[in-house]
Design a protein around this ligand. Structure first.
Ligand SMILES: CC(C)(COP(=O)(O)OP(=O)(O)OC[C@H]1O[C@@H](n2cnc3c(N)ncnc32)[C@H](O)[C@@H]1OP(=O)(O)O)[C@@H](O)C(=O)NCCC(=O)NCCS
Length: 143
């Protein structure tokens, strides 16, 4: 598979990415188009994985403070899961975080993804929470 990992290039690609994010993370919960976005999109960094120009995976990094970054909305289309795409997205997001001189990145992981993040070196924090009716755990990684 010739998968390319890169930043979103333009507004059209950003819209395509939101749709891919919605498909994986929101349509599955019966939520409307638009529910996949929040107020931090413009100031964040968006990484996508493409295959033949189709967006198959995506994830977002934003700065919470000069040292702390937040990785969120990690999403790989179901038919491309378990082939290393999510891992590549995290590696690229961590690279971007290092470029920004961040020291730690944090994720709020759905319970089903905790093992995925653990394999990448993330450690669970004490805090767990309920979000969109799904149990989540805060996890972090020193980078
Ligand atoms: C969670 C998610 C982002 C992970 O992405 P992914 O592309 O499936 O992840 P990877 O393929 O990199 O890793 C998943 C597993 O495949 C294994 N794997 C990695 N590369 C592989 C390869 N080339 N061949 C076979 N297996 C591989 C990994 O070891 C990992 O094993 P694990 O189950 O023991 O952790 C993705 O499954 C997803 O979008 N899920 C639905 C939405 C979601 O829950 N998002 C997280 C929100 S917090």
């Amino acid at each position: 598979m010739n998968i390319e990992l890169r930043l979103v290039k333009n507004q059209q690609e950003l819209e395509d990415m939101f749709y891919q994010r919605w498909l994986v993370l929101r349509s599955t919960l019966g939520m409307e188009l638009g529910s996949e976005r929040d107020t931090h999109e413009d100031s964040a960094i968006h990484v996508i994985a493409t295959l033949d120009r189709k967006i198959i995976g995506s994830g977002r990094l934003r700065e919470l403070s000069p040292e702390l970054g937040s990785i969120a909305y990690l999403a790989v289309l179901p038919e491309f899961q378990n082939r290393g795409v999510g891992t590549k997205l995290i590696e690229k997001l961590i690279y971007q975080a290092r470029e920004k001189n961040l020291k730690t990145v944090r994720v709020m992981s759905r319970t089903n993804a905790v093992k995925f993040y653990q394999n990448l070196g993330f450690s669970p924090e004490d805090k767990s929470s309920e979000y969109l009716g799904i149990s989540h755990l805060f996890m972090q990684l020193k980078i």
